[in-house]
Design a protein around this ligand. Structure first.
Ligand SMILES: O=C1C=CC(S(=O)(=O)O)=CC1(O)O
Ligand SMILES: [Fe+2]
Length: 343
């Protein structure tokens, strides 16, 4: 990767804005994401759903589209102005990445989009202008399920966490929290908007999408989502939690959709907007790091993630973890934290 000084200016990224999931049964996925989780349908046709949360003022936070293989498509970032689209093309060309400029409305509800295969192997899209559908923030009468407000973050599974951290630092992302020891950074959380993260890196085979994180305003929404699934005997969609994170301090639950794509309902993290915002570094030996009450992380949360597509819609090959694993799966199938250092 060229030194940052040799690169043209990076696009001014405002926030992570939408994810794209390819599903093998659109009707089944619609039932999960709309009927159960409660997303609002901005637009839909026979091949795709354009969904948004109740606070989202642009066209969508999630595109769910039909395809032959369950996979993650593009991760969408909002940039500040149209000139940032040209910056994105120049920046990624200088990185040796393939880029495409898509005419307005190619992605429903958006103006021109620059689509890129980024250096980590993910498909990302940059957009500056978007349609503004009906404002739903105070339509409490419509709220259902987890009452998701907006997309909050992407969590991506990467074989080399420091490489991912350096790439996003080059895009001007701040660092809010890490999980590390003297030798390794196992995970990191980075932001453009003034909250804990727009993107997080989980060490593992990649490029894979670990999960899409969606913000809800109240911890009650996390609990209500779990109660709804329990009431319908659909508790198998609950993978991990509910609980309180150590990292981010958010209250959370993770769900798996019918194709196994992971989503998180996430609430009450914190402000990171001051220029001297200090990094919170968690020891990998701290059992409270991922769940503040030290409830164990289920093995699937570390092992499973969604494969990703390239510009040609082909599934990207997965490179195995290229650094020390954060945890090892014990003989009983549960994770065993890395051994504490000798006293
Ligand atoms: O959003 C998140 C915030 C914290 C955590 S962790 O499990 O507490 O590390 C995971 C996460 O990246 O999904
Ligand atoms: Fe998350």
């Amino acid at each position: 990767m060229p030194a940052d000084s040799a690169l043209p200016p990076a696009p001014d990224i405002v926030r992570s804005a939408y994810g794209t999931l390819v599903v093998t049964d659109l009707a089944e996925a619609r039932h999960f994401w709309v009927d159960l989780v409660g997303f609002v349908v901005t637009e839909e046709d026979s091949s795709a759903l354009y969904l948004r949360g109740y606070d989202e003022l642009t066209h969508h936070n999630l595109i769910v589209r039909a395809g032959p293989v369950a996979a993650a498509g593009a991760l969408g970032f909002r940039v500040r102005s149209d000139s940032d689209l040209a910056r994105a093309e120049a920046y990624y060309a200088a990185l040796g990445c393939r880029t495409q400029r898509l005419p307005a409305a190619t992605v429903r509800g958006l103006g021109e989009v620059v689509r890129v295969e980024d250096p980590l192997g993910f498909l990302v899209e940059f957009f500056a202008s978007a349609a503004h559908p009906e404002r739903l923030q105070q339509r409490y009468d419509l709220r259902r399920g987890a009452e998701v407000a907006r997309l909050d973050h992407f969590n991506i599974s990467v074989p080399d966490v420091p490489k991912a951290q350096a790439y996003y630092a080059g895009l001007g992302f701040g660092l809010s929290e890490t999980i590390e020891d003297e030798q390794t950074v196992y995970a990191a959380w980075m932001y453009r908007k003034q909250t804990v993260h727009d993107v997080a890196f989980t060490g593992g085979g990649g490029p894979r999408l670990h999960h899409l994180g969606f913000f809800a305003h109240e911890a009650h929404s996390v609990l209500r989502m779990c109660d709804i699934l329990g009431s319908l005997s659909l508790e198998s969609h609950i993978e991990r939690g509910p609980g309180r994170h150590g990292v981010s301090n958010a209250f959370y639950v993770y769900l798996r959709d019918p194709d196994g794509h992971r989503m998180e309902v996430y609430t009450s993290d914190y402000y990171t907007g001051d220029p001297d915002h200090p990094v919170l570094r968690w020891s990998v030996h701290d059992p409270r790091r991922r769940d503040f009450w030290a409830n164990p992380v289920v093995p699937s949360w570390y092992s499973d993630a969604s494969v990703v597509l390239d510009l040609d819609e082909a599934v990207r090959p997965v490179t195995e973890l290229a650094q020390t694993a954060e945890v090892t799966v014990g003989a009983d199938g549960f994770t065993a934290p890395s051994p504490a250092p000798p006293e």
